[in-house]
Design a protein around this ligand. Structure first.
Ligand SMILES: C[S@@+](CC[C@H](N)C(=O)[O-])C[C@H]1O[C@@H](n2cnc3c(N)ncnc32)[C@H](O)[C@@H]1O
Length: 296
C-alpha cells in the first residue's frame, strides 16, 4: 500500500471524485511537464472525469488508492510507473479517424504522393511520419493510399509515434470496431484492405507491413528519427503552449528532406511559430515546405 498522505495542499477535498484546488494545480504542473499538455483552470471537471477511469483500474485498486486526491498525490511523485502511464493516457485526447481532413488526403492522393514517388523513383524508400499517430488511423490511411498508387513496404515506410502507450498498442494491433471503420474510410478501401475478424476489422498484412509505431514525446530528441519526405503533425500542437509549439516546429524543420512537406491540423497554423516555411495551398488544404536559409 502506498503512503498517499504526503505534505498536501490545504483543505483536501472530501469527495473521492473531486480534487482540491491545490491538487489540481499540482497535477496541472505535472501533466505539463510530462506531456506538454496545458490544462486551463476550466478543465478541472474534465480531468476529474478522466481520472475516474484510472481510479477504477485494477492498478489503482492494487495500490489501495481510493480517491482522486490520493491518486494525484502519488502520481505527482512519479510513482508507481504504471499509474503515471495510465494518468498520461487518460489526459491525452486521442480523437482520430480514417482520412481525417478529406481535402488534405485528396491533395496527397492526387498530387503530392505521386510526385514524391516519381521523384524518388525507388532510389530510396519514401519516408512518412505520423507524428501524433493516436490509434493509427492516420498512418494506415496513408499506407492505403500508397498501396493504391502501386507502392508497398519495399519502397515506402510510415512511422507513427505517440506519447500514449495505450493508443500505440491499439495502433500496432490494427484492429478496428465497425463504428471506427464507418468514420471516413471509403467502402472500397474497407473491402480491399481489411479482413473481417469477429465483430471487428483487421488491417491486412500488406498495409500493416508498411507501418511501424514507436513511443515518442514530441518535445524530446525527435531528430533521432532521421529525415522524412512528409510529416503529419496534426491536431496535437493545439494542446501545447506557444513555446512548446515553437520548439516542436523548430525540431521538425531540419528533419524534412529536400522537397519535404509538413502538414498541421485544420485548427493549427505555423504563423507566429516559425518563419522558415513557405505555405502551399492545394485546394483547401494547406501544406508547409522549408523556405530559404532561415535557421531551424
Ligand atoms: C487528437 S490526437 C491526433 C491524432 C491524429 N494526428 C489526427 O489528427 O487525427 C492527438 C494525439 O497527440 C498525442 N500527444 C499528446 N501530447 C504528445 C506529446 N507530447 N508527444 C507525442 N504525442 C502527444 C496524444 O496522445 C494523441 O494521441
Amino acid at each position: 500500500m502506498i503512503d498517499a498522505n504526503p505534505a498536501r495542499p490545504p483543505s483536501p477535498s472530501r469527495d473521492p471524485g473531486k480534487l482540491s484546488p491545490g491538487s489540481y494545480a499540482l497535477l496541472q504542473r505535472f501533466i505539463r511537464t510530462e506531456s506538454g499538455i496545458v490544462l486551463d483552470h476550466d478543465k478541472q471537471y474534465m480531468l476529474e472525469s478522466r481520472l475516474m477511469t484510472v481510479l477504477a483500474s485494477p492498478v489503482a485498486k492494487s495500490f489501495g488508492i481510493q480517491t482522486l486526491e490520493s491518486l494525484g498525490d502519488v502520481v505527482v511523485r512519479r510513482a508507481p510507473v504504471e499509474l503515471v502511464k495510465q494518468v498520461l493516457d487518460a489526459v491525452t485526447t486521442n480523437e482520430t479517424f480514417f482520412f481525417r481532413d478529406a481535402p488534405m488526403f485528396e491533395a496527397l492522393r492526387t498530387q503530392l504522393l505521386p510526385g514524391m514517388l516519381k521523384r524518388l523513383h525507388r532510389s530510396r524508400k519514401l519516408r512518412i511520419w505520423s507524428a501524433a499517430a493516436s490509434s493509427g488511423q492516420e498512418a494506415y490511411s496513408l499506407a492505403m493510399l500508397l498501396r493504391d498508387l502501386g507502392s508497398g513496404a519495399t519502397d515506402a515506410e510510415i512511422l507513427g509515434t505517440d506519447l500514449s502507450t495505450q493508443v500505440l498498442d491499439r495502433a500496432r494491433e490494427g484492429r478496428y470496431a465497425q463504428s471506427e471503420v464507418s468514420r471516413g474510410l471509403p467502402d472500397a478501401f474497407l473491402r480491399k484492405y481489411f479482413v473481417s475478424s469477429g465483430k471487428a476489422w483487421q488491417v491486412c498484412d500488406e498495409v500493416r507491413s508498411m507501418v511501424r509505431f514507436e513511443h515518442l514525446d514530441l518535445r524530446r530528441n525527435i531528430g533521432k528519427l532521421g529525415s522524412f519526405d512528409l510529416v503529419l503533425c496534426r491536431n496535437v500542437l493545439i494542446y501545447f503552449d506557444t513555446e512548446t509549439k515553437k520548439q516542436v516546429i523548430s525540431a521538425i524543420r531540419p528533419m524534412l528532406s529536400s522537397g519535404g512537406i509538413l502538414t498541421l491540423g485544420c485548427a493549427e497554423t505555423i504563423i507566429n511559430l516559425h518563419d522558415g516555411f513557405r505555405r502551399e495551398q492545394i485546394g483547401s488544404a494547406t501544406f508547409y515546405t522549408p523556405s530559404g536559409s532561415v535557421p531551424a
